[in-house]
Design a binder for this molecule. Structure first.
Ligand code: SF4
Ligand code: SF4
Length: 203
């Protein structure tokens, strides 16, 4: 089975990396992990997020943390990392050969970095999906909220926009501002406004 897994999405209520891995493990299905550095975004972390990782292991690249997280998960057959040059291929092979489980200090550094990345997310959507049921337009609200957070976390609009083109099956611009979703949202999210932002950023 091929899955998109990475440390940032591990507990993400939409992408649910952990849940997917647990289902695969339960059924004894080996996993091929793709995009462990989230299309390169976990290889280029904001400075404040990278700080605890660099303080812990100044010799490791940011991508290396992403690869090791996946490589050392149980039930992983292989990890597909993006490579476009022979130098990157050599570097990845060397890193995978040297890959070892995280030490307690490394676990703490990664948890700190992940916490900071998550704090950059501003829309408190939990993917409960209550809002979806009564939407007359069938707008992909939770997926769009998740992509707004992704843009905030990575600072990379183009990357989120690329995912938006296929994850937001019914895009934000389909919203007719009826307000039905907002009355259902336990997080009191200003969904109509957030959809306007999404349409502006991603369409
Ligand atoms: S406000 Fe927009 S997204 Fe919300 S239910 Fe109405 S059409 Fe759907
Ligand atoms: S109801 Fe609110 S919290 Fe739940 S999925 Fe919709 S936007 Fe997210």
């Amino acid at each position: 089975m091929q899955l998109q897994v990475n440390y940032l999405d591990w507990e993400n209520p939409v992408t649910r990396s952990r849940a997917c891995m647990e289902v695969a493990a339960k059924h004894g299905v080996p996993v091929v992990v793709m995009e462990p550095a989230r299309g390169g975004r976990l290889a280029e972390l904001p400075e404040q997020v990278a700080a605890p990782l660099l303080a812990c292991r100044p010799d490791l690249s940011m991508a290396s943390w992403a690869y090791r997280f996946c490589y050392n998960l149980p039930n992983v057959l292989t990890v597909l990392s993006g490579m476009s040059t022979i130098e990157q291929t050599r570097q990845n092979v060397a890193e995978f050969r040297a890959s070892a489980p995280f030490s307690p200090e490394e676990e703490r550094a990664l948890a700190e970095a992940r916490e900071m990345l998550e704090k950059l997310a501003a829309v408190p959507c939990t993917n409960c999906r209550y809002c979806v049921k009564d939407c007359p337009q069938g707008v992909a609200i939770p997926e769009i909220m998740s992509l707004l957070n992704l843009e905030l976390m990575t600072g990379n609009r183009a990357f989120a926009k690329g995912l938006y083109s296929w994850q937001a099956v019914k895009p934000a611009s389909e919203c007719i501002a009826c307000g039905a979703c907002e009355s259902m949202c336990p997080q009191s999210i200003d969904i109509v406004h957030q959809l306007e932002v999404a349409a502006e950023h991603f369409e």
